[in-house]
Structure formats: structure tokens, C-alpha cells
Design a protein around this ligand. Structure first.
Ligand code: SF4
Length: 371
């Protein structure tokens, strides 16, 4: 198949969902975690959960980078932007994420120079165009976006652009999966592996899940047929008693990953000993920091960072939703105090956040009486 439409063909979707129903053991309850926020979005957008038998439960994982960022890091980034002459830049999905004193957009309305960029390279260009200002890029994301930050830092050094820095919040997916598996009481039967991250890291890093934890994993794409095929692959493994790594998204994901992107990341970043994740707490070696050689472009070394630690509002249950313990609608604030228009937690802000996806594609439909 060559075109997106082909991955949405109704007859193939029907056939695959019938195969799933046929293969699922009615005596079993399956819990499959989709690690990636993009998958969560696609599942609700296309209503794929409705095509599955009721004994297959899709559990939403921690793969939305905006959602797992603790509020304190947002406050820290905004504190840097309070320095005279600093321009705060970030991707659009960061702009409405609440910090303790409001989101970046709310700070903009109070006079802070906050600007949306589409890439870190745009932020670097902004620095070149504004030599009397300092442009700070609030970097966020898994291994999907970390290579573009790395390449931008390499370019900043090559071009000698000194009024530019990066506040690095890049995280890595494997330790998060490990933390999920180590969570007490957590039962996951298999993983739908993240498609975007895997374009960079490949499939090999997941082999330990299959080998040591005996959990099947199917790295999958984002179209309806991709996800249903990924689920079918997991069911086949479970019914055969196998636990291996399979690559449903082979048209995009190379088994060994993207070597050029991995090299850029390792040239620029090193692992942090610890990093705090919203809902998962501190996880060792789970995030990236900028290497000493690039310290001139590291906002955490150039500016005083308060190191703010904030707990989420008491009633917010973002942590439980992030760990897959609760479904979005089970949070006490869902659809009441917390909506996409007035988000309390980050999961209600980002398009990849499970609460926003559930609200936009399920809750609104139910509220409007659509069957
Ligand atoms: S509904 Fe809001 S507060 Fe509750 S888990 Fe979702 S984002 Fe967090």
C-alpha cells in the first residue's frame, strides 16, 4: 500500500477487526498499552476501541511529552524568560500548558515575550535576526524531537550564535516503560510500541521487554489499519505463547533506527542521573541534558534556574491516568473543572493527551447525544 487512504479502507478494517474478534480468547481480559500519545489520539479519532471486543482494553501510556512534564519545569522555563531581553520560544502545544502562575500564553498576555516556533531551527534563526536579544528554546519531546534540537545546537556552535540557548526537557522512552512495568499492581499483557520514537531508536531497544518481561510488543503506525494490525500481531503472539518484538510500521521504522539522528543526539546530549516525570516520579537515566561541550548554549547553565517542585492540584488524577490505572473519564475533574477550554492538567491540553483525545472524540459526542 502506498497511500494513506489505503490504510483506511473500510473492508480491510472490517476484516481485521473480525480477525481480532475471532482470535481473542473470550475467557481472557487483555490489557494492551499504547505507549504513544499519537496512538491514543488515533484510537479515539477513528473510534478504533469500538471495533474491538469488550475483553480487549486499551490502556493509555506515558508517551505524550507535554503530559509527563512536571509543572515545576514549566515554571523554571518561565523563570528564565523573566530575565531581561529573553524571548521564550516553544512548540505550540506547550503554550497552553499550565504552570503554577499560568501558562506561557498567559505570561505573554502579561507582557512576557513568548513566541511559537515550528522547529528549534526557527528559534535559532530568530536569535540571528535579534542580536540584541537572547532567544531561549524550551525543548521538549522524546527521541522523536531530540535529534532536531541536537542538530540545532551543533549549528549554533558552528555559526557562533551566542544569544541562543536551549532549556532541555527531552526524555527517553525505554526507562518510562520500565517504570510502568515496575509499578505495583500494574498489569499489562502487551505493548503497542510507539511509532514516532521508533523511527529514531528502531526496534532493538524493546527486545528486553519481550525477553525479560515476557511481554509481546508490536511497533505500529497511526492509521486505523496500522493499529488494528498491531493489535492482531499482539494477539497472535499471546495465543501462540510467544513474546517478541514485531515491526508493523516497517514502511517507516528501520529495525536499527536512524543512525545519523542517534549520532547527533549522542554528540550533544548525555543522560541525566535523575529526572522527574509527572505521575511516575523520579526515574533514573530517563532524560537528556546538554553535554559540557555545548554548555554555552545550555539555558540551565547560563541562567539561574529556581528548580521549582510543584505537586499537581490535589483532585487532579493525571498521575493515575498517565500510568493507565484510570481511564480519563474516571478522573474526578474530567469534563467539570477540567476541559480543553480550561485545562487543569496537561493531559487535557496536548492533542496527544489522553484526556483531550477522550474529551474531543468521545465526551463531546456523548454530550451531543450522537450514538
Ligand atoms: S481530567 Fe484533567 S485533571 Fe483529570 S487527569 Fe485529565 S488532565 Fe488531569
Amino acid at each position: 500500500m502506498r497511500y494513506v487512504d489505503e490504510f483506511r479502507r473500510p473492508e480491510l478494517i472490517r476484516k481485521t477487526s473480525e480477525e481480532i474478534r475471532h482470535l481473542a480468547d473470550p475467557a481472557r481480559h487483555y490489557r494492551f498499552m499504547e505507549v504513544c500519545g499519537g496512538h491514543t489520539h488515533a484510537i479515539y479519532r477513528f473510534g478504533l476501541h469500538q471495533l474491538l471486543p469488550s475483553n480487549i482494553e486499551l490502556v493509555h501510556g506515558p508517551g505524550c511529552p507535554v503530559c509527563v512534564l512536571p509543572m515545576g519545569r514549566i515554571d523554571d522555563g518561565l523563570a528564565i524568560a523573566e530575565n531581561p531581553g529573553v524571548i521564550f520560544t516553544a512548540f505550540g502545544d506547550m503554550m497552553r500548558v499550565p504552570g503554577t502562575r499560568g501558562s506561557p500564553l498567559e505570561h505573554q498576555s502579561r507582557g512576557m515575550d513568548v513566541r511559537i516556533v515550528y522547529s528549534p531551527a526557527d528559534a535559532l534563526k530568530m536569535a540571528v535576526a535579534n542580536p540584541d536579544r537572547h532567544v531561549m528554546f524550551f525543548a521538549i519531546g522524546f527521541e522523536t524531537t531530540a535529534p532536531s534540537t541536537a542538530l540545532t545546537l551543533i549549528r549554533a556552535r558552528q555559526q557562533g550564535v551566542r544569544n541562543f540557548s536551549v532549556f532541555c526537557n527531552h526524555v527517553t522512552i525505554i526507562p518510562a516503560i520500565r517504570a510502568i512495568l515496575d509499578s505495583p499492581g500494574m498489569r499489562i499483557d502487551a505493548f503497542i510500541g510507539p511509532g514516532h520514537v521508533s523511527t529514531v531508536i528502531g526496534c532493538r531497544p524493546y527486545e528486553w521487554i519481550a525477553k525479560n518481561e515476557h511481554k509481546p510488543i508490536a511497533v505500529s503506525g497511526f492509521e486505523p489499519l496500522d493499529l488494528l494490525q498491531g493489535i492482531l500481531m499482539l494477539l497472535r503472539q499471546l495465543s501462540d505463547g510467544r513474546a517478541g518484538v514485531e515491526n508493523q510500521y516497517a514502511r517507516v521504522v528501520p529495525w536499527e533506527g536512524n543512525r545519523a539522528a542517534l549520532k547527533a543526539m549522542s554528540d550533544v546530549f548525555e543522560l541525566r542521573p535523575y529526572f522527574e516525570w509527572r505521575g511516575l516520579g523520579f526515574i533514573s537515566q530517563s532524560a537528556l541534558r546538554i553535554r559540557e561541550e555545548f554548555s554555552e548554549w545550555d539555558a540551565e547553565r547560563r541562567f539561574a534556574v529556581p528548580g521549582i517542585r510543584v505537586t499537581d492540584p490535589k483532585a487532579a488524577q493525571c498521575g493515575e491516568v498517565l500510568k493507565g490505572v484510570l481511564q480519563p473519564a474516571q478522573c474526578k475533574l474530567f469534563g467539570k473543572e477540567c476541559t480543553p477550554e480550561h485545562p487543569v492538567g496537561a493531559l487535557m491540553v496536548s492533542a496527544e493527551g489522553s484526556c483531550a483525545a477522550y474529551f474531543n472524540y468521545e465526551h463531546r459526542k456523548v454530550a451531543a447525544g450522537v450514538p
